[in-house]
Design a protein around this ligand. Structure first.
Ligand code: ADP
Ligand code: ZN
Length: 598
């Protein structure tokens, strides 16, 4: 994700927003108090109850003022007078006048309520209008702020990023070069009657370089780059999203030829389902986007690039011809790609002679470009802190850990009990994976807290591969549950420490069943595209139960398998946990010794 398009806000604008927020808050508080007060009055006596009390002969006295819709009622044997709201004063007066002979004292006050005493009432009646007005002004202002921010962006609109800054992704760049040509010489393409896509959708997980490549297209073609993130639209007031989209395209038309980049488009372009509440707001924004895309012709030379990592969430309407009809997957880099990314980002940094980018690339399978850039940056920071002249191997290893699991927190005070729990938990993961053929070797086990984790077990990375087998996924589940299993067997209790493992395991198991068709019971069916329950039901009424059952079965089996492995290795579990408690960390070689492997 790109973080460089933050809008600077004027200090006065900030103050205004704060003051407006306080006003609205105050208004809401007053309103709440008033409503509360009214409720308290209402509670006194309902009109129907009053009628009943009258016919039961319980009412002693009724007092009311002409023009008012309330009456004061004194019930026999009760201390306080009660207030009653009258639905129809005239009818009530007639009713009471009939009853006066039956012992009810009726006081009809002719005095008009003075205007002075009614001032609060009048003010209160204006309150809702005032609140609405305040809200509108706020929305209007905020919209204005957004615009101001965008104008700022415009001044920086030309990016200097080129394809040379994008490592790897050779095929993707090749596919996108025609867009660059088109932006440079649109007449040539139009004369030939060539159809250039209006919209290109970039699929890929965060940090794979989608924003970078979109900027590079703008840079190569030397055209303005206008961007917007779908997440800006979440929690926006009704109608605002759509108007933002309209303004974005207004600007694009003025600046054409240009690139419009919409990051996280899934936040606006999720499937349109119901027509209520937040979703209908989404729909308005999405509809506006569709209208805008349909509204300009290819002669206008605006190319819209959008990025998402959740393509399955997108509304199908976005993918129709004339909209985002070109889709490009931006994968995490392979070994060569990683090496090239590392080379690009090592420019201007000093490295010890024995460091090869290739070996770092080998150790970082699955890492994205953003993570790799981050690792090199962290490594230089660590090296500087340690007063090394150049970045050394251990600086890089430390940086890899920092980026993957977070920073070591030596200062955090941990109770002995927690340490013991972590030691068994991590030993459990490590031992269990040692016995699983498809899982990679343990690289390090530690009970020093890092990031949010109390401890961690690091594995060596696998060579790049494209497919993951069912056995591998099942064994992954077993390894994930090894921590919880160890807690249970060694300490006869379980803890919250396994929450992340359980979350990941559940996701893996769910994917196995619903995406990869790995459950025998459900069969090789993809349930990925079934956005609603209705879609799902075509596979049978009980499909939900069946999915739940299959996911649970996978997890329970894995949990039992993890326990079985550990039961057969209780001596090792105690031994490794003990060493961890003493030394806090066990490396690859030390770990292997427990299993007599070299
Ligand atoms: P995305 O938009 O896919 O989330 P970004 O384009 O924002 O990812 O990438 C974040 C940063 O990661 C980039 O600014 C760049 O420094 C680095 N990066 C990612 N992919 C690459 C790549 N292929 N080559 C060079 N740097 C990359
Ligand atoms: Zn764990």
């Amino acid at each position: 994700m790109s973080k460089d398009n933050k809008k600077p806000k004027n200090i006065f604008d900030k103050i205004f927003v704060i003051i407006a927020s306080i006003c609205v808050l105050l208004a809401i508080v007053i309103m709440a108090l008033v409503i509360n007060g009214k409720n308290a009055e209402n509670k006194d006596l309902a009109y129907t109850d009053l009628i009943k009390q009258i016919s039961d002969g319980n009412v002693e006295k009724i007092e009311m003022t002409v023009g008012s819709t309330t009456a004061k009622v004194k019930i026999k044997d009760e201390e306080e007078e009660k207030k009653v709201i009258l639905p129809n004063t005239q009818a009530f007066i007639e009713l009471i006048q009939d009853k006066v002979g039956e012992g009810i004292e009726f006081d009809l006050n002719q005095k008009q309520q003075s205007a002075l005493t009614r001032i609060p009432e009048i003010l209160i009646s204006f309150l809702p209008t005032a609140i609405m007005l305040a809200l509108f002004i706020m929305i209007y202002k905020m919209q204005g702020l957004g615009e101001k921010g965008k104008v700022y962006e415009e001044t920086e609109r030309k990016t200097k990023v080129t394809f040379d800054d994008v490592a790897g992704l050779e095929e993707e760049k090749e596919e996108l070069i025609e867009i660059v040509d088109f932006l440079k010489k649109p007449e040539k393409f139009n004369e030939m009657g060539a159809k250039i896509p209006k919209g290109v959708l970039l699929y890929g997980k965060p940090g794979t370089g989608k924003t970078l490549i979109a900027k590079a297209i703008a840079g190569e073609a030397n055209v303005p780059f206008i961007s917007m993130s779908g997440s800006e639209f979440i929690e926006m007031f009704a109608g605002l999203g759509a108007s933002r989209v309209r303004k974005l395209f207004e600007k694009a038309r003025k600046l054409a030829p240009c690139i419009v980049f919409i990051d996280e488009i899934d936040a606006i372009g999720s499937r349109r389902t119901s027509n209520s509440g937040a979703e209908s707001e989404n729909n308005q924004t999405l509809n506006q986007l569709l209208v805008e895309m349909d509204g300009f012709s290819t002669e206008e030379t605006i190319i819209i690039l959008a990025a998402t990592n959740r393509p399955e969430m997108l509304d199908k309407a976005l993918l129709r011809p004339g909209r985002f009809d070109r889709q490009i997957t931006v994968p995490a880099p392979d070994l060569r790609g990683r090496e090239e990314i590392l080379k690009i980002h090592s420019k201007g940094k000093k490295f010890a002679d024995n460091i090869s980018m290739k070996s770092i690339a080998e150790d970082t399978a699955g890492f994205t470009g953003a993570e790799l850039a981050n690792i090199l940056n962290e490594a230089t920071i660590i090296a500087t802190r340690k007063e090394h002249d150049k970045v050394e191997q251990d600086d890089i290893e430390e940086a890899v850990k920092k980026v993957t699991v977070g920073l070591e927190k030596h200062s955090r005070v941990i109770s002995e009990k927690d340490k013991k729990l972590t030691a068994y938990h991590e030993a459990g993961h490590a031992i269990v994976s040692q016995y699983l053929p498809t899982q990679t070797a343990v690289k390090e086990v530690s009970i020093i807290p890092r990031g949010l984790a109390g401890g961690y077990t690091m594995y060596k990375t696998n060579e790049d591969k494209f497919y993951v087998s069912k056995t591998e996924m099942e064994e992954k589940l077993i390894a994930l549950l090894g921590g919880r299993a160890a807690e249970k067997l060694a300490l006869d209790d379980i803890s919250t420490g396994a929450s992340n493992d359980i979350e990941v395991a559940t996701q893996v198991a769910r994917d196995m069943v619903t995406i990869y068709g790995m459950s025998d019971k459900i069969g090789p069916i993809s349930l990925k595209d079934t956005g609603s329950l209705y879609d799902l039901k075509i596979f049978g009424e009980n499909i939900e139960d069946a999915i739940g059952e299959e996911v649970r079965k996978l997890i329970n089996t894995a949990y039992l398998d993890a326990q079985t492995i550990l039961r057969q290795n209780m001596d090792k579990l105690h031994e490794i946990a003990k060493v961890l408690l003493e030394k806090e960390k066990i490396n690859e070689e030390e770990f292997k010794k427990f299993f007599n492997i070299n």
